[in-house]
Design a protein around this ligand. Structure first.
Ligand code: BES
Ligand code: ZN
Ligand code: ZN
Length: 497
């Protein structure tokens, strides 16, 4: 998709998009169209009971008096309620409406909106950002799509009184969107294509963006004593990998911030095997790693002024004659021993060694881990919020605030030593599941905490938000890219400059 920003005007042969506020307050461009069409636009609006409510739409085809092939009138609602996110949603709704319409070019006239807090150049860029994000599709494996279902729109021109500002703003937003798309690509990829080694290869491609990438294989991890992570992949034909990414956009020697991701490229459950219905969903059990990798692309793409380390543990959890058995005891890099009572609680085993390695090697300011860790988080929060667990109030409030700004919402859940007791174990330092059962997401977080060595840390359980079975405002069914824009915003607001 090509985006261009230009001066305001309605001179277009293509699909023309204009806006109206509450009580049918037509924008200047909409008024111009109304005049040129001899009042047809306002007449159509009245006929359709279109009043300008946020997100409402009215389509006028082949209007008389202007060259445009069609006019789409879009309601903005009240100007004071417009935010970067609601502007994103408008742009997204426009492309969703026109994507397969047969039009190849859309011209969106974003007149200055009085009473909005968002500067007009940024407003134009945010509408474009929303269109860009929503336009993404994962269609690598479709070979027989009928012509009328294929996207036709290839160009979007956005008209604004501040084209220069809009263009500058959009340059940054589209760099971040590239990160979101990388995450969606990785999450959507089936597990026969994306396994630990091929995932590591995809990560190596980030060197082109200026990210340093190192990959450790099983022998190197064994030398480091990562018995916990390695126990998860030992039933798989694929070799487990640990990828380490570094973006050094900050001052030389500045302590880095760190992100750690669970990258289980397929989670069968192992010997504690999952039921077959729905198991295909476990191809996206690498969503935490996918998000961390997309975030690094976003940060590098916009040349973020901060030093960042990202570590992802890439493994495949399979049953086999060599797989970990329930009851096996493994020794983690930290020296702590773990009784694996359930081989399906594998994500925490991967993160245990990745987190320990991260703080041990990099002494970061803080670590945030992302993981599709528990089904229980979906019971708790559904698909609407990700769960966050941290003892650091600053990180919690920063993440909540950023989440609300970009629309990737998070909700804080407790950590407490009373939950920690539930993973104590008779024959090893801890068990990988809690007893008696209950509070599954919290006890999983307590488990991870034991591998942070008191480094400030936050765990984000994204099992409910990585994938969506329905279209969302900014993404079609499938991988959502949840977390990339959230963490990008969090970093930008709190750790740069
Ligand atoms: N990958 C799953 C969690 C999950 C479930 C992610 C559904 C996305 C959707 C994780 O490895 C797992 O299997 N967790 C178990 C833990 C249990 C055995 C303590 C779970 O949630 O059932
Ligand atoms: Zn599992
Ligand atoms: Zn899993």
């Amino acid at each position: 998709m090509n985006f261009t920003f230009e001066a305001l005007g309605i001179d277009s042969k293509d699909a023309l998009v204009v806006f109206a506020g509450e009580k049918l307050a037509l924008s200047n461009s909409a008024k111009d169209i109304d005049t040129a069409t001899n009042g047809a636009l306002s007449k159509a609006a009245k006929t359709a009971q279109f009043e300008g409510k946020h997100g409402s739409m009215l389509m006028m085809l082949a209007p008389n008096g202007i060259d445009a092939s069609r006019v789409l009138l879009v309601g903005t609602g009240e100007a004071k309620n417009l935010t970067t996110l609601t502007l994103n949603n408008l742009g997204a709704a426009i492309i969703a409406k026109l994507q397969t319409s047969g039009e190849t070019t859309i011209h969106i006239a974003v007149d200055d909106i009085k009473g909005s807090d968002v500067p007009c150049g940024e407003a134009a860029a945010r509408i474009a950002e929303g269109a860009l994000l929503r336009n993404y599709r994962f269609d690598r494996y479709r070979t027989k799509e009928s012509e009328n279902k294929k996207p036709t729109v290839a160009n979007i021109t956005v008209a604004t009184s501040s084209a220069k500002d809009a263009e500058k703003c959009f340059e940054v937003l589209s760099a971040v969107a590239e990160g979101v798309f990388l995450t969606r690509d990785l999450v959507s990829e089936p597990a026969n294509i994306l396994h630990p080694e091929s995932f590591a290869d995809r990560i190596k491609e980030l060197s082109a963006d200026g990210v340093d990438v190192e990959v450790l294989g099983e022998a190197e991890m064994a030398k480091l004593g990562m018995g916990s992570l390695l126990s998860v992949g030992q039933g798989s034909e694929r070799e487990s990998q640990l990828a380490i990414m570094r973006w050094n956009g900050g001052e030389k020697g500045d302590q880095p911030i760190a992100f750690v991701g669970k990258g289980v490229t397929f989670d069968t459950g192992g010997i504690s095997i999952k039921p077959s219905a729905g198991m295909e969903q476990m191809k996206w059990d690498m969503g935490g790693a996918g998000t961390v990798v997309g975030l690094m692309k976003a940060l590098a793409g916009r040349k973020a002024k901060v030093n960042v380390v990202a570590i992802v543990g890439l493994v495949e959890n399979m049953p086999s004659g060599n797989a970990t058995r329930p009851g096996d005891v493994v020794t983690s890099m930290s020296g702590q021993t773990i009784e694996v009572l359930n081989t399906d609680a594998e994500g925490r085993l991967v993160l245990a060694d990745a987190l320990w390695y991260c703080q041990d090697r990099f002494s970061p300011k803080f670590m945030i881990d992302l993981a599709t860790l528990t089904g229980a988080i979906i019971v708790t929060l559904g698909n609407e919020h990700a769960g966050i667990f941290t003892d650091d109030d600053g990180i919690a409030s920063g993440l909540s605030a950023s989440g609300n700004v970009v629309g990737d919402k998070v909700w804080r859940l407790p950590l407490h030593e009373d939950y920690d007791k539930k993973i104590n174990c008779d024959i090893a330092d801890m068990a990988n599941i809690s007893s008696p059962p209950g509070a599954g997401s919290i006890t999983a977080a307590q488990f991870l905490k034991r591998f942070t060595n008191d480094t400030p840390w936050c765990h984000m359980d994204i099992a409910g938000t990585v994938w969506s079975n329905k279209n969302l405002p900014l993404s079609e069914k499938g991988g959502t890219g949840f977390g990339v824009r959230l963490l990008n915003h969090f970093v930008e607001e709190n750790y740069e400059g």
